[in-house]
Ligand binder design. Sequence first.
Ligand SMILES: [Zn+2]
Length: 147
Amino acid sequence: MDEVFESLMTVFLAQIDSAMSISEILSEHAGEKEMTPDALITGLVYRLMTPMEEDEMQGALTKGKDMVDRLCSPDSDSNDEEEEDTSDEVEDPIERVIERNTCTCAICTTARTCLLNYRTHETQDPLSEKFHNAIEHACSTHKLLIQ
Ligand SMILES: [Zn+2]
């Protein structure tokens, strides 16, 4: 794998990872036992539109690097378990507007603002573009509308 691609991939995964921790918070604050696609996607939107702080970025990059290393080592041991999941396909979901929680903490409030502004947000670099595409893909998979 060439270095430019590898570092792009690292940042991308770092952002995904950071988005996941936002999603967890959103889900927790909504009182959900399991994370919903709504919380998941909102976390991604939050991360797309709210740049990471410098120190946050450093921590996330280390994790991203780990993930790239794992993805690139052919003898990773986590392969077996993941294949099983393909059988429980999600049934055709009905299209609906993404759900928000009503929590008033800073993260949840910012997340709701991000959802509101998502449609007018313009991606400025290839990486954000990629991130944006991932969000679009997740939305169409779960038939969720960001409005
Ligand atoms: Zn909250």
